[in-house]
Design a binder for this molecule. Structure first.
Ligand SMILES: O=C(O)c1ccccc1NCC(=O)[C@H](O)[C@H](O)COP(=O)(O)O
Length: 211
C-alpha cells in the first residue's frame, strides 16, 4: 500500500492530544461546530506542534473561521457543509492575509442512493477532498460507505477516505486503490468517549498501516 497521510479527527483533551501526537499522525482535527459532540468550545491547554492542525467547520461565518485561524494556529480548514467554491477561496485568502499558507479540505458526504458529489467546481480552490458517509450529523457517524463508488471520482485533487474507518479496516484499506487517494481520516471508531481517542487502538492501527 502506498504511504498514506493519517489524520486523526475530533480531538479536544490536552493530554489526549499529547498522547496522539506521539504516534506521529500527519494532521489532527478540531471540531469547530457546536452541533457536534466533539465540539471544541475553548482553546485546549495544549495544541500539537509536530502535526498539522485542522479546524473542522460546518457552514461557518467567516469571522468565526478568522478567529479560530488565529487562536488555534490552524494549518488547514476542513469544510463539511454547503460551502461554495467561492467561500473556500475566500477562506484561503484569509490565510494569506495572516501570512499563512492555509490549505483547504472540502468534505463531501457520499450516499449510494444519490449521484456522486459534484466536485469539479472545487478543484481550483481546494487542496484536498474528504469523502465521508453522508449523515444527518454532518460527520462523525462511525458508518462506512461503499468505497467502490469512488471509482466515479476522476478528479485530480487528492482525497482522504473517511467515515467509519476502524481498527478492523486494515484489510479493506489494503485492497482499496485509487490514483488520487492520499490519506485516511480516523475518528469515532477509535474513541472511548466523544473526542477522547483510545491510544492503544490508534497505536496498533497506525503501526499496521505504515508497515
Ligand atoms: O466528528 C464529528 O463530530 C463531526 C461533526 C460534524 C462535521 C464533521 C465531523 N467530523 C469530521 C471528520 O473529519 C470525521 O473524522 C469524519 O466525519 C469521519 O468520522 P467517523 O465516521 O466517526 O470516522
Amino acid at each position: 500500500m502506498k504511504p498514506l497521510l493519517i489524520k486523526v479527527c475530533g480531538m479536544r483533551d490536552a493530554d489526549n492530544v499529547r498522547q496522539v501526537e506521539a504516534l506521529t499522525p500527519d494532521m489532527m482535527g478540531f471540531i469547530c461546530w457546536e452541533g457536534s459532540r466533539r465540539h471544541v468550545s475553548r482553546l485546549p491547554d495544549y495544541l500539537p506542534e509536530t502535526c498539522r492542525r485542522v479546524g473542522v467547520f460546518v457552514n461557518p461565518e467567516i469571522g468565526y473561521v478568522q478567529e479560530r485561524l488565529k487562536t488555534f494556529r490552524l494549518d488547514l480548514v476542513q469544510l463539511h457543509g454547503h460551502e461554495t467554491p467561492e467561500f473556500c477561496r475566500s477562506i484561503k485568502e484569509e490565510g494569506l492575509k495572516s501570512g499563512r499558507a492555509l490549505q483547504i479540505i472540502k468534505a463531501f458526504g457520499v450516499a449510494l442512493d444519490e449521484p456522486f458529489p459534484h466536485t469539479e467546481d472545487y478543484e481550483a480552490d481546494c487542496d484536498f477532498f474528504l469523502f465521508d458517509t453522508r449523515c444527518p450529523t454532518a460527520g462523525g457517524s462511525g458508518r462506512t460507505f461503499d468505497w467502490d463508488v469512488l471509482q466515479n471520482y476522476h478528479g485530480h485533487t487528492p482525497f482522504f477516505l473517511s467515515g467509519g474507518i476502524g481498527p478492523d479496516s486494515t484489510d479493506r484499506l489494503r485492497s482499496f486503490s485509487h490514483p488520487a487517494w492520499a490519506g485516511v481520516d480516523l475518528n469515532s471508531r477509535f474513541e472511548t468517549a466523544p473526542a477522547l481517542k483510545d491510544v492503544g487502538l490508534l497505536t496498533d492501527f497506525i503501526k499496521d498501516l505504515r508497515e
